[in-house]
Write a protein that binds this ligand. Structure first.
Ligand SMILES: *[C@@H]1O[C@H](CO)[C@@H](O)[C@H](O)[C@H]1NC(C)=O
Ligand SMILES: *[C@@H]1O[C@H](CO)[C@@H](O)[C@H](O)[C@H]1NC(C)=O
Ligand SMILES: *[C@@H]1O[C@H](CO)[C@@H](O)[C@H](O)[C@H]1NC(C)=O
Length: 605
């Protein structure tokens, strides 16, 4: 139980002190606890037990430390979050057990150096999460005011004074009471002022229309309004933002804006959404990125930022007393916040897309860059940038983020489910392919709804395909769980063993379960029908005119099950001209000797 006078803001502030360098920085690799979200939750729970410790001497020492090192690396945090309250906090972090302190010290600052990513932890859903943007989101959410007026005149206070004027940031009244919440249908996160879409996106980018075509919340059926729809009635005159939402700035908008400001201003930004592998899953210590040229906008960073936005938004609207952060995080990274299975880390992309529309995010990123320009006049990349140039950076950054991250399925790489190595030499596919072949796994017969189970089923299918069938690897290109995740099989680049005679022509995607009489979960269906192919088309892996076929249309099998096949035949890209082979069986029997009967699960190759 948390103490009576427990204060969640204090706890997050305490963790942020560590971020700000108030304690000595350990060598990487010295923390003794595994880099698990559970360890972070444990640390927060311990802080909650101890907060607030009010011993004056400790408070004084914190004051001193604070005075010695007043400058965080980021004036934006100072402007939006820290200020007076940082100095006033009365919490004795030194009382935290050494293991937990070590963990927080190491896990609390996000960084990418070479192929190593730091400040990330493994969550129970198998995702890797950067702790820094998550904590920043929690802290921003605990503040009363989120909407901050931009200091637009040229006499804005210089950055050195940042710590002293956060309360001067002329805060406008909280708009949350009248603005829609997470579960409401409108995707606009903020007030009409902040979200006002006055930048004509279509004028600068004709391709923006496809941003959120059909991302659905798995549980609440939120339909994301497309950008096209929102911009169609707006005038062409760009109006710069006058406010920002501190929650979006400190989690997402700042890094999004700065990365695209620095990076190559091209259509495709290769560094966004890089995945990686842990050294071990049971005791994760070391996270290595798969892509050597990754920017800071890794999947782990974007996961943490999105979790920070979602949980910060929740906290900013939660009535007092707010839930202890350790409870909130264990629900969010567990069965769902307040018993809602749709509000958990597994569905962060769907929930994130529903919470913030692309036009509102463009305004936020644009506003953040304007704010940074005011706070850091000497910033090398921002110097001399015009409003229009900043707006273009914000538009490009938002487009990449929404299309290449939010609009793509969350795919667990092979290392995450403990795949055995490929046997032999994989054959490369010649991309883009023209087909998506849909399968059910049949065995395992029950859908998997949690990472541990899904990963175990992946390993058992791979063992069966490699050891019993004698194949090189698991047959499918991808396997879709009912836990919100896609599991990488042979992936986008290697020929699979899923649809005999057609393996080089299409990707084989299986949904875990037996769909003879029942249908897969909605989230799994929308992944296969919409999200995965749309993402693959955008990335040039699948042809825009691709066809969807059920396994039974090409191979004599019941797969993907009557119920699923019937539904499949209503999908927009379904090719009805290829008749199921099972229906033609009778006419063929007379002409031809039947091939040996195989179990559906083994009839893949
Ligand atoms: C946007 O879409 C909604 C729902 O489909 C529709 O009612 C509305 O008229 C559209 N707005 C514009 C400006 O096209
Ligand atoms: C982390 O793992 C990578 C690759 O396995 C290795 O090169 C690196 O030295 C490791 N770093 C630490 C600190 O263990
Ligand atoms: C698959 O579902 C069908 C229909 O419910 C059932 O008859 C069959 O036994 C199931 N197969 C397995 C392996 O569970």
């Amino acid at each position: 139980m948390p103490p009576r006078n427990w204060n969640p803001t204090t706890v997050v502030q305490a963790v942020l002190w560590i971020l700000l360098g108030l304690w000595p920085w350990p060598e990487p690799g010295t923390a003794s606890l595994p880099f698990l979200m559970d360890s972070v939750i444990q640390a927060l729970a311990e802080l909650e037990q101890k907060a607030p410790v009010t011993k004056a001497s400790h408070t004084a020492s914190v004051w001193q430390l604070s005075a010695q090192d007043p400058g965080p690396h980021d004036p934006l945090h100072h402007f939006l979050l820290d200020g007076q309250s940082l100095r006033a906090t009365k919490l004795d972090l030194l009382a935290l057990s050494p293991e937990l302190r070590g963990l927080i010290e190491e896990a609390a600052r996000h960084d990418v150096r070479g192929r190593q990513e730091y400040g990330v932890v493994l969550a129970p859903d198998g995702s890797t999460v950067a702790v820094e943007p998550l904590l920043a989101g929690l802290k921003a959410g605990l503040q009363r005011q989120r909407v901050i007026n931009l200091p637009l005149d040229s006499t804005a206070t210089p950055p050195g004074a940042g710590a002293t004027f956060p309360d001067v940031g002329a805060v406008v009244p909280d708009v949350r009471a009248t603005s829609p919440g997470l579960r409401d249908a409108s995707p606009d996160v903020s007030s009409t002022d902040v979200g006002a879409m006055s930048l004509n996106v279509r004028a600068t980018d004709p391709n923006m229309g496809a941003i959120f075509p059909d991302v659905r919340d798995s549980s609440s059926d939120v339909q994301v309004t497309s950008l096209d729809n929102q911009t169609s009635s707006l005038d062409a005159k760009a109006k710069s933002p006058t406010t920002v939402d501190s929650l979006l700035v400190v989690t997402l908008a700042r890094d999004l804006g700065l990365t695209f400001l620095q990076g190559p201003q091209t259509q495709s930004h290769p560094g966004l959404g890089a995945e990686g592998c842990w050294d071990q899953l049971s005791n994760p210590r070391n996270f290595t990125l798969l892509d050597p040229g990754a920017s800071l906008l890794t999947t782990a960073f974007l996961n943490g930022a999105l979790d920070g936005v979602l949980l910060g938004d929740y906290l900013s609207r939660a009535p007092e007393p707010r839930p202890p952060l350790s409870h909130l995080l264990s629900q969010y990274y567990g069965a769902g916040v307040a018993g809602d299975p749709g509000f958990r880390s597994n569905f962060r992309r769907q929930n994130g897309a529903a919470l913030t529309s692309a036009p509102a995010l463009i305004q936020q990123v644009w506003g953040t860059l304007i704010l940074l320009q005011r706070l850091e006049p000497a910033h090398p990349q921002l110097q001399g940038m015009s409003q229009e140039q900043l707006a273009q950076v914000a538009t490009l950054a938002t487009k990449e983020y929404t299309e290449a991250f939010l609009g793509c399925p969350a795919i667990h790489p092979r290392c995450r489910w403990g795949a055995a190595p490929y046997r032999g030499r994989p054959k490369p596919l010649r991309l883009p392919l023209g087909f998506l072949y849909v399968h059910h796994t049949y065995l395992p017969a029950s859908p998997c709804t949690a990472f541990e189970r899904c990963a175990a089923k992946m390993r058992s299918m791979q063992r069966f395909h490699q050891d019993t069938q004698g194949w090189d690897d698991i047959g499918y290109s991808f396997v879709v769980g009912s836990d919100g995740y896609v599991y990488e099989g042979r992936g986008w680049h290697w020929v699979g063993a899923h649809t005999l005679g057609h393996n080089s022509r299409g990707f084989g995607v299986a949904i875990v379960g037996n769909y003879t009489a029942e249908l897969p979960a909605d989230a799994a269906l929308s992944t296969v029908r919409d999200v995965l192919p749309r993402c693959a088309v955008r990335a040039g892996l699948l042809r825009p005119d691709y066809a969807v076929l059920g396994h039974r249309q090409l191979v004599r099998t019941e797969c993907p099950g009557d119920a699923l096949f019937h539904l499949l035949s209503t999908w927009p890209h379904f090719d009805a001209n290829v008749k199921p082979r099972i229906a033609r069986r009778a006419s063929r029997i007379s002409k031809k000797k039947l091939p040996p009967v195989t179990l559906p699960a083994t009839g893949l190759q």
